[in-house]
Design a protein around this ligand. Sequence first.
Ligand code: GDP
Length: 231
Amino acid sequence: MGDHAPGRGGLSAEPDPDPAQIEAGRVLFAQECRFIAGAAGSAALPPETLPEIAFIGRSNVGKSSLINALTGRRELARMSKTPGRTRQINFFELGRRLILVDLPGYGYAAASKSEIASWTGLMRRYLRGRATLARACLLIDSRHGILAADEPMLRLCDEAGLSYQAVLTKIDKPRPAALAAVSEAVAAELTRHPAAHPEIVSTSAETGRGIAALRAALAGFAEVAPPRPAR
Ligand code: GDP
């Protein structure tokens, strides 16, 4: 399956975006993407400028791989993993039209209580107080579905009144029947969360499935492209 095959994850899968949306997503994500800021505390958050898309998920859910697949740049989200940056919120500007926000992974077994309290506080302040935050993508591993570690984050997104969407990762891993079952279970759980978008995007950073569809969905939040300068 190529990059243009939209993700299908069972009954609740996102309908295929139309070709114009797919093209808008392709054009947007072909733009230069650059690291603009890392915030370890709310005082260090960059000014609110462009619309922001936040990526949230348990550590190891495949967040870095997904951001790399979306932007086609291997080194980007790896930067968020360098020592000292894993516990901060990292901001990447895409073509001066959209900001991708990589939030610290949660559910990390080795984290201390004080570390957990510190990142929870930072995430809460960011998710609740950010006027430019247009959409959060809550990443869910398609082999596991929603786990206990995700519950506080779902609650936080609901409390913040955020528009958020579940994105299944690693869909190349489970067998089709298992994937359909997880997808249905996630969709059923989301009906209990009023701020959650009802449709799920299913992706694989490995095969590229669903990547074009997610780009298309996110392009809908980007600032309109500036007109080309006259020659
Ligand atoms: P993060 O901690 O959420 O940033 O997760 P990573 O992107 O580092 O991925 C965690 C592990 O899952 C790595 O071993 C990746 O190679 C693997 N992984 C990530 N995405 C996929 C995928 O789409 N398919 C498969 N098969 N493996 C993946």
